[in-house]
Design a protein. Structure first.
Length: 219
């Protein structure tokens, strides 16, 4: 006696496929209305950057009908000039969320990259009412922005105080957990941690963000 089942979609028309090893085939697709990415790097950030100094910020269009779901963030930190104390426990960068006005200063990124050219323009694009920018040599201006006090991630940099020291971290938010959700008018920020960067050291940071946009977290 044999058993044969068909797995159908909710409309009852599309059938799930099985490969020649008996494994169910699956395909990933972005949830919502489109998937996007942006990558940029700072200039050389001056010594003793202040605590909470923002070096990257992206604000979702406050008039958007969509939300943004942050899937992953990759940070690449390089020390340019050595810190006076090579190993400092308090040295870090943080990822946090805020709301209010857009940041200003630095280098504006007018258009982000859709992962498929058929997707609509992102709600982070300047033409859509959004704002994305990264520092040149100093912190961004964040007047009128309120940031949450609990971070999504903290990149500890205690060990990268010598010239040329490099550290890379990838923060995956949607592999096993829900993505970070941004509502219209909210920002995602990368900033110096709660302690100022210590004396003499200068550095540069590469930032890569992947996300999708939609009206809800549904397929």
């Amino acid at each position: 006696m044999s058993w044969f089942f068909k797995i159908l979609d909710t409309g009852g028309s599309n059938v799930a496929k099985v490969d020649n090893h008996g494994a169910l085939l699956i395909a990933q697709k972005p949830l919502g209305d489109g998937a996007y990415c942006v990558a940029a790097k700072t200039g050389t950030i001056g010594a003793a950057a202040a605590a909470n100094a923002n070096v990257f910020a992206m604000r979702l269009d406050p008039g958007s009908s969509l939300k943004a779901y942050i899937d992953s963030i990759r940070l690449r930190f390089t020390t340019i000039v050595a810190f006076t104390t090579p190993i400092t426990q308090t040295r870090s960068l943080v990822i946090k969320r805020g709301s209010g006005a857009a940041a200003s200063g630095g280098t504006a990124i007018a258009t982000v990259n859709p992962k498929d050219t058929t997707y609509a323009a992102s709600e982070f694009d300047a033409a859509s009412g959004g704002d994305v920018r990264i520092s040149t040599t100093a912190a961004l201006t964040i007047t009128g922005i309120t940031f949450e006090t609990v971070y999504f991630a903290e990149m500890t940099l205690a060990h990268v105080g010598t010239a040329g020291a490099f550290y890379e971290a990838v923060y995956e938010f949607s592999v096993r957990n829900l993505p970070i959700e941004l509502n219209p008018g909210q920002l995602l920020s990368v900033a110096v941690g709660p302690s100022a960067m210590d004396a003499a050291g200068t550095w540069t940071l590469g930032v890569e963000v992947n996300w999708h946009e939609g009206s809800s977290y549904t397929a």
